[in-house]
Design a protein around this ligand. Sequence first.
Ligand SMILES: *Cc1c(COP(=O)(O)O)cnc(C)c1O
Length: 427
Amino acid sequence: MANWNVETTCVQGGYRPGNGEPRQVPVVQSTTFKYDTSGDMAKLFDLEASGYFYTRLQNPTNDYVAAKIAALEGGTAGMLTSSGQAANFFAIFNIANAGDHVVSSSSIYGGTFNLFNVTMRKMGIEFTFVSPDCTEEELEAAFRPNTKAVFGESIANPALTVLDFEKFANAAHAHGVPLIVDNTFPTPVNCRPIEFGVDIVTHSTTKYMDGHGVAVGGAIVDSGKFDWMAHADKFPGLTTPDDSYHGITYAEKFGLGGAFITKCTAQLMRDFGSIQSPQNAFYLNLGLESLHVRMAQHCKNGLALAEFLTNDPRVASVSFPGLPGDRYYEVAQKYMPNGTCGVVSFCLKGGRAAAEEFMKHLQVFAIETHVADARSCCLHPASSTHRQLTEAELEACGVPASLVRMSCGIEGTEDLIADVSNALSFI
Ligand SMILES: *Cc1c(COP(=O)(O)O)cnc(C)c1O
């Protein structure tokens, strides 16, 4: 399976049916699993044998789909979570405790920013936010002796900044900590962060991976490359015995490839239970089977819309990392040369009023807070997600009142352009 290309892995990765077994990934709709002896079960509870005992921690359907995502990312192990929020929370909380510190890009999804800056701060974990465009010196200055991880988004939602993986990975590794990257927007079809030094990859599978707007979900993939034992003092949770499993040490027992995901499953999933339902994992897998086909059309539509908007006199600016001349075009070409995503944002010269008027007249693009699925949609952040902010605050966070975010679906390119062109004619 390791040598398959991305298309084949999207369709067939993760699950290999045996003789006479279901061709499609079976939905194991069972909370619990049966064993012949309590000795068999004891081995599971000691992590001496691998197997299933309770769907709060693990379920075969989820594991098939997680294995597909891990293969797509080129990682050694993966797990599904109930949402993208849960994935990012688990990825950090698996290695950072109260009293620890994390360096994060400031250009991240609003929900993740809130998770870090409010909720995880309440848990005693400190965050320092740095611009994705910071210099190496500025990045260096953000580290503290208790820093345990660095976090960023490959293409940030909604700012569409592209992370310089090598700059962030070099800084993280120089300080003996892993780089965690949320790869939701490009997906592994367009970008494989592990190839550029990223240690742990997370996803909101709710977006392109599902692709049809049917199931909220998340995923975590470990590259298996970060050497926890080489920095044993920083990561005692992985490098010292876990009393809740008869004193096993994850990094010793499960090695580079398995320690992170095994600990995350055995401790965090056990205690928080934020598992994806097997039925949702099944839906996610249907989405993954066509991810490579859909991403190509999302990117084609995104680029066509960005080009169209650039040439319109009513448009003040366009952001799309796949568009030549975009601030992030070069770095996107380096890390995702085959395409970026289908999300385009732009500002209208007519300000807030023009943005609101424009959106009233769209017929193919629907107004939604969602992004990144088969149906085109759009959002005016200043009157929705960023509603509480003043005009000055909106400018400061890079989301001016004239900004509209368009998520190009997989409909016909001409229809999307005609819809936008018609709506623009009203302003
Ligand atoms: C949507 C999103 C999330 C949160 O995912 P949910 O599945 O909604 O919990 C995290 N990161 C990025 C980049 C997202 O777009």
